[in-house]
Write a protein that binds this ligand. Structure first.
Ligand code: C2E
Ligand code: CA
Ligand code: CA
Length: 721
């Protein structure tokens, strides 16, 4: 569309005259990065409006129908309108008849353009009279959301009387404003501040002029600023909560409403910001938030926050298909302590209890205090019951220890209820209720213990508890036995080694395989004692068999991943023991599973190196059942690779199984590892493996796990090497 012939460029303007100042959008500013609620938005809108309200130009906001919906003081004075209720008045009715056609076209241009448009025309402040038209310049722009039209009206030459008065007023306001006013130039250097702004920062105005904005911020603030400068130059008006640094180093939290300033040609001149001090509110709202979500005594999340987290955690578990455990902990006899020693000591006890609980779960688990002596714990992403049980047991033990309360000491215990998501309930509230019920069951069962919500889990837990108790006895009463399974060389069929496999001769349940007890021993830590015992058995046995059947004879022992996490001291006695028994360390092979190599924990790697340093050999068990990266094999200097029986079982059932075994064998040998095939049950499997170049085999085809005397018989039946 053509420019109207009488359009003139905007006068070279000071940043404060309306021509250069972009207009605030209406009725509310676009919501910026922060949206702390409508009230705040409106308050900030008010800051902006104040500036426009007092600006030395006439400022109007029109609806799309051309009706005046907002106007500033100068505009109201100019047209004799009431600012609060301008009435149903069309701006067009003030336009001189001779200019109405131009005005209509101007409005169309404004609405169709994203850029401000300017027009020169005449207005009649008193419509319907024959008074002479007043030549003015109109700057129009469309509201970004297309719902309104904003107009700035200035006298084309000279000043309106109303404008002159208001300019004076504007100056006064800027100097006495409650808000800070801060203007920067295109290089982000301060070009103007009002006294309030300087005061807020504890500076003198002169100290601030010419200083970069960034000089009044910390690194965090500077980073945000950097990000925003680009957007500001795009002409986006923004509001932020910003942290400035006062001259004395303290923080000034402020709302910052910035508007970019452009010259008539559209180049960026800088920005004008209205700065409101919200340090006090922010501190107060921080306190309020703290009070609304955290328990004042222990500092733990309160019921409100806890329920929030529980909802989130159940949602996440659902999304990720994981499980979680909810523990409901109630202290036994807390009331007595509180009544007899007083509330202050009661609070101290609660704080200590909170600490004991928090120290026994991962940082990512939620510990909360629901009130009184009730605590909850959300254990997220739990895989095995054994893991949960370890935590719960640990908590019960920890809470039963005496509490030191200044010069007093008190003892309480804890009853814990356990409910599992999703097994026991999917909804957060029901899960909580179930955990609560389970806690009551624990109380009824005599306190100082825990209960599962589900009866079957409860029974399983009892079996586990019994098993663990019996296992301690078993170790003392020598109910454990080590059986041996021969490992056969595929080259000549000779028994080259044996694997030590643990058995428990249970007085009532008969001979138990590891599957029935190892996991419990892992959960309660007894596995380390058992592992140590197995090692000593194997050393003695290996020593005897080396003497009888040759110095190449080796025995491998199994180590669970849990045993790798323990500390180095546990194995310090091993080298001495080997020396005393006169056995070269290489006679013992440590078998462990892939999981160990993938474990990120530092001790695991250290433990492997420790075993290596003792001179023990290493075997990677169950290869092919998980996902070991082959890089690990090299990194940890493994001697043997044991192909998992699931792969061996697939041999002879199509080509894929064979191809996989062949590939593993070839690869392992390239890395200098010997390969043992596990679970070899048929002659066909043996032949295929031998053809593929596999070194050793182990399985029922040769023999299962045998008591030492039977193993001995097999060995002695072999032709001497
Ligand atoms: P593993 O290390 O993979 O041991 C091989 C298991 O496969 C043994 O089961 C063995 O009896 C069984 N097996 C051997 N040949 C065949 C076969 O041809 N077919 C089939 N189907 N199975 C065969 P076992 O003795 O029940 O041991 C189970 C697991 O318990 C072992 O798996 C090992 O991970 C663990 N384990 C055994 N003893 C100990 C120990 O002293 N300490 C630790 N931490 N774990 C042990
Ligand atoms: Ca093994
Ligand atoms: Ca195995």
């Amino acid at each position: 569309m053509d420019k109207p012939p009488h359009a003139v460029p905007a006068p070279d303007s000071s940043p404060y005259d309306g021509a250069g100042l972009p207009l605030p959008s209406t009725p509310l500013l676009d919501d910026g990065v922060f949206s702390p609620g409508r009230i705040k938005l409106e308050r900030e809108q008010a800051y902006f409006n104040d500036l426009y309200l007092l600006a030395p130009v006439a400022y109007f906001v029109l609806g799309l129908d051309g009706v005046i919906v907002q106007l500033n003081l100068v505009a109201a004075e100019l047209f004799g309108l009431a600012r609060g209720r301008p009435g149903h008045v069309l701006f067009r009715s003030y336009v001189h008849e001779a200019f109405r056609h131009d005005y209509d076209q101007f409005v169309q241009r404004v609405l169709n353009s994203s850029e401000p448009e300017r027009i020169q025309l005449q207005v009649r402040p008193h419509p319907g009279t024959q008074e002479a038209g007043l030549p003015v310049s109109l700057l129009g722009s469309a509201d970004p959301n297309g719902q309104a039209l904003r107009l700035v009206l200035e006298q084309a030459e000279g000043k309106l009387a109303a404008l002159e008065r208001s300019e004076e007023r504007f100056r006064r306001i800027v100097h006495s404003a409650e808000e800070g006013i801060w203007e920067i130039d295109a290089q982000a250097l301060t070009s103007f501040v009002n006294p309030k702004m300087a005061h807020m920062l504890g500076c003198q105005i002169e100290d601030m002029l010419g200083q970069p904005l960034a000089a009044f911020m910390d690194d965090e603030g500077r980073a945000i600023l950097e990000r925003n400068i680009a957007r500001r130059q795009d002409g986006i008006a923004e509001r932020h909560e910003f942290k400035f640094v006062r001259r004395d180093g303290s923080a000034l939290w402020a709302t910052l409403a910035t508007n970019p300033i452009f010259d008539a040609g559209g180049s960026y001149l800088g920005a004008l910001a209205l700065v409101g001090d919200i340090t006090a509110q922010r501190e107060a709202s921080g306190r309020i938030w703290q009070q609304a979500n955290f328990d004042q005594v222990t500092g733990l999340p309160n019921r409100h926050m806890f329920l929030d987290r529980l909802h989130n955690e159940t949602r996440r578990a659902k999304r990720e298909g994981t499980c979680l455990a909810l523990l409901f902990i109630d202290l036994d006899n807390f009331k007595q302590v509180n009544d007899s020693l007083g509330h202050e000591k009661g609070d101290t006890l609660l704080r200590q209890a909170a600490r004991r609980i928090s120290e026994r779960v991962r940082a990512t688990d939620t510990v909360a205090r629901l009130g009184g002596d009730e605590f909850t714990v959300i254990l997220a992403g739990v895989g095995q019951l054994a893991g949960i049980e370890r935590v719960v047991q640990d908590l019960v033990t920890a809470l039963a220890m005496p509490f030191a309360l200044d010069d007093d000491s008190a003892q309480v215990s804890a009853s814990v209820g356990v409910a599992l998501y999703p097994a026991d309930a999917e909804a957060a509230e029901i899960l909580l209720r179930h955990a609560d019920q389970a806690m009551y069951a624990a109380k009824n069962a005599g306190r100082n213990g825990y209960r599962y919500f589900t009866p079957a889990l409860q029974q399983a837990a009892e079996l586990r508890r019994n098993t663990v108790r019996e296992m301690r006895l078993a170790l003392a009463q020598e109910q454990f036995e080590v059986h041996y399974q021969p490992i056969v060389s595929l080259h000549d069929g000779a028994i080259a080694r044996a694997e030590a496999l643990l058995r428990w001769r249970h007085p009532l349940r008969g001979l138990l395989a590891p599957a029935e007890f190892i996991a419990f021993a892992e959960a309660n830590g007894l596995i380390t004692d058992i592992g140590d015992w197995v090692f000593r058995q194997a050393v003695r046995q290996a020593q005897q068999w080396q003497v009888a059947y040759g110095s190449g004879f080796q025995i491998s022992i199994n180590k669970s991943p849990v045993e790798f996490r323990g500390d180095a001291a546990l194995y310090q006695g091993w080298p001495d023991h080997l020396r005393r028994e006169g056995l070269p360390p290489g006679a013992i092979v440590i078998e462990t599973t892939e999981g160990v190599l993938l474990d990120e924990a530092r001790q695991v790697g250290e433990r492997l190196r420790q075993f290596r340093a003792m001179g023990l050999a290493l075997a990677l068990d169950d290869f092919g059942s998980g996902q070991t990266s082959l890089a690990c094999l090299q990194k940890f200097d493994i001697d043997f690779l044991k192909i998992d029986r699931s792969l061996v079982g697939a041999l002879g059932q199509g080509d894929a199984g064979l191809a996989l075994c062949e590939a593993i064998i070839a690869l392992a040998q390239r890395l200098g590892l010997k390969v043992v095939a596990e679970g070899v049950e048929t002659a066909q499997q043996r032949d295929l493996l031998r053809a593929a170049g596999c070194d050793y085999a182990q399985g029922f085809l040769f023999a299962g796990a045998l008591p030492a005397p039977q193993m001995e018989r097999l060995l002695s039946a072999q032709p001497a090497a």
